[in-house]
Design a protein around this ligand. Structure first.
Ligand code: ADP
Ligand code: ASP
Ligand code: MG
Length: 451
């Protein structure tokens, strides 16, 4: 294992490889950094969405729509090859590779839709781009090895990947290759417990990078994207947000899990276990410091706010709860039986409210819960998550409660940990809540604190 110690894992997202100019930027970033690197790349920006469209057309049996998307993808990748790769032999290798992938796509599209077909289709964007990038480096005289992630990204359990196994398979894969400083592989794809191609879910290349980092015991992970680091609020909805210099693993894990799009929800867990620092950097302004996520805690108090959509709130009201014990256990057992995680909980004497984000088994869950009381279900909610080490001790955060005058909050979770306050709001009030909280917590003058 020690031979891996000097390795870094660098992941570049869709916009970082979305155009010829940005792909050239990525090459410059690599060239300016020494040492052994594993490069994890996404598909070119927009390509995975097009591939998802293909899967929808497979369901509909609309082959002319599929053909026109494939023609569009062919044009996009071939013109990228023509602009980046000028050596005729390499240019035609890269085109042959892409055409082979697209012909395969055509063939898969004739099958009946299944989860496997979905995964085979949507992961081809990564396959094409990584090969193009590897050939582009070769064309520029930079030695590198192209690796097929399906040979080592054996992830049976999405929540708890066996990184030792991935490390062993990775090692076997590179053993017989010409040693180089750069290994290039695809994000997003995995092999599941049934030995089929599957994905790490949308946005999963971040997770690929941290799984690999833990697997090869990298000394750091760099996630390169289109923004200068982790911002204190969602920049898509709130003005005047800013990058945070440092976050602890726990803070970042909480924010990613609760919707901060910059990181796939599960990104942090593999690097926490091995204490591997993660840096978020902007491909377009590589000299800016970005955000460092590590075990160190440099400052306490409020750091950032994020929001997670698609939340369903369930209320169970029952007089039997009064003074009774064992009631909550029975309720939780229902969720456990259907492997459905609960995110927020609040209770009163005669009711319990809780939230779930996975409503695939909602119908059966509700059927069983009916035995315990009167059930109310509210869909389309968002959890707003306010995060910072020791946040609860920071008296000024109580200003957030002033917001309750303006925005109907369905549930509040305060004190579950020192680091997090969560609010549940109707998704139609999400943006207003994020903006209101930004104003109250980050922009208003600090009020004098009680001691
Ligand atoms: P990539 O394709 O590189 O994976 P993503 O689009 O998945 O990039 O993630 C980067 C985007 O995440 C940013 O452009 C920004 O709009 C969005 N985002 C949401 N919340 C945050 C946040 N708290 N900090 C930074 N970016 C955020
Ligand atoms: N290309 C995949 C997606 O768009 C994976 C990723 O970008 O992380 O979801
Ligand atoms: Mg992403």
């Amino acid at each position: 294992m020690s031979k891996y110690l000097a390795m870094k894992v660098l992941k570049f997202g869709g916009t970082s490889v979305g155009s010829v100019e940005s792909i050239r930027n990525v090459k410059n970033i690599l060239a300016s950094r020494e040492g052994k690197k594993v490069l994890v790349l996404s598909a070119m920006a927009g390509v995975t969405n097009k591939l998802v469209e293909i899967t929808e057309n497979i369901k509909l049996g609309d082959h002319s729509a599929i053909n026109s998307i494939i023609a569009e993808l062919k044009q996009k990748h071939e013109s990228t090859i023509d602009e980046l790769i000028d050596k005729p032999g390499l240019n035609s290798y890269a085109k042959a590779f892409v055409n082979n992938v697209l012909e395969g796509l055509q063939e898969i599209s004739r099958n009946k839709y299944s989860e496997k077909v979905y995964a085979e289709v949507v992961t081809t964007g990564e396959t094409m781009l990584t090969y193009i990038f590897s050939t582009f480096l070769t064309n520029s005289g930079i030695q590198n090895n192209f690796l097929d992630a399906k040979d080592f990204m054996q992830v049976s359990n999405l929540e708890n990947p066996d990184t030792d196994l991935v490390g062993k398979l990775f090692q076997q894969n590179i053993e017989n290759l010409e040693p180089t400083d750069i290994y290039i592989t695809q994000g997003f794809v995995r092999i599941n417990a049934q030995n089929n191609i599957s994905t790490l879910k949308r946005g999963g290349s971040d997770y690929s990078a941290t799984i690999l980092a833990a697997a090869v015991q990298a000394d750091e992970v760099q996630i390169w994207t289109d923004i200068d680091g982790f911002h204190n609020n969602d920049p898509r909805y709130v003005e005047n947000t800013h990058a945070i210099a440092e976050l602890s693993f726990e803070e970042a894990a909480e924010l990613a899990y609760f919707g901060a799009k910059i990181l796939h929800p599960q990104t942090i867990s593999p690097v926490i276990k091995r204490q591997i620092p993660l840096f978020l950097k902007n491909t377009f302004t590589p000299d800016l410091p970005g955000t460092k996520i590590s075990a160190e805690i440099h400052s306490r108090g409020l750091k950032a706010i994020s929001a997670k959509d698609g939340i369903t709130a369930i209320k169970i009201k029952s007089n039997r709860m009064l003074m009774a014990h064992g009631f909550l256990k029975k309720i939780f057992e229902v969720f456990d039986k259907y492997e459905t995680a609960i995110d927020m909980i609040t209770t009163s004497e005669i009711a319990i409210s809780l939230t779930i984000d996975d409503d695939r088994n909602l119908d059966v869950i509700l059927e069983e819960l009916n035995a315990y009381g009167e059930i109310t279900v509210e869909k389309d909610h968002s959890i707003i998550c306010i995060v910072g080490e020791g946040l609860i001790e920071d008296k000024s955060t109580s200003r957030l409660f002033e917001l309750l005058n303006d925005i109907p909050v369905r549930m509040i979770s305060y004190g579950g940990s020192d680091n997090n306050i969560s609010l549940l709001v109707d998704t139609k009030n999400k943006i207003q809540t994020l903006q209101g909280l930004n104003h109250k917590l980050f922009e208003e003058q600090q009020v004098p604190q009680f001691v």
